[in-house]
Design a protein around this ligand. Sequence first.
Ligand SMILES: [Zn+2]
Length: 149
Amino acid sequence: MAAIGSVGAVLRSLQTAQDVGKAIREAGYVLSRDDMRRQLADLSGSVSEAKLQLTLLKEALDSKDEELRKLERTLSFKQILRRRGDGYYKTLDGRPYGQPYCSYCWESEHKAIHLHSKIFSKDVRQCPHCKNEYQTGRTPYLEADRLAI
Ligand SMILES: [Zn+2]
């Protein structure tokens, strides 16, 4: 499983950095060379850890943003789709039109896959994704022109 970063880890790293500052202040800003080296190592390590955790958090946020955009696209598409016969169709004023989408793919994965006419058979349509077959009579192409009054 990939690391996803943690706000708690960032806060702990920043606390360590703050503790280093406090230790230097309490020493009256005068430290031995070894103490200074140790404090700087702690400070550098905690800043590096905070940067790593923030990078991981940014990647996780970007991934969630993409997931939200995908859900938003699916939701807006869902609002204009309607089942008719064995397929799903886009709608115009609530009336289905155009080429049918595979009902299995839409209902199981929210993938809008157009059905294709099967070669050498006018009676069967097939989904190129799941390979389910449908009767052409139950999944006709619906002319959008008929929607005009
Ligand atoms: Zn399918």
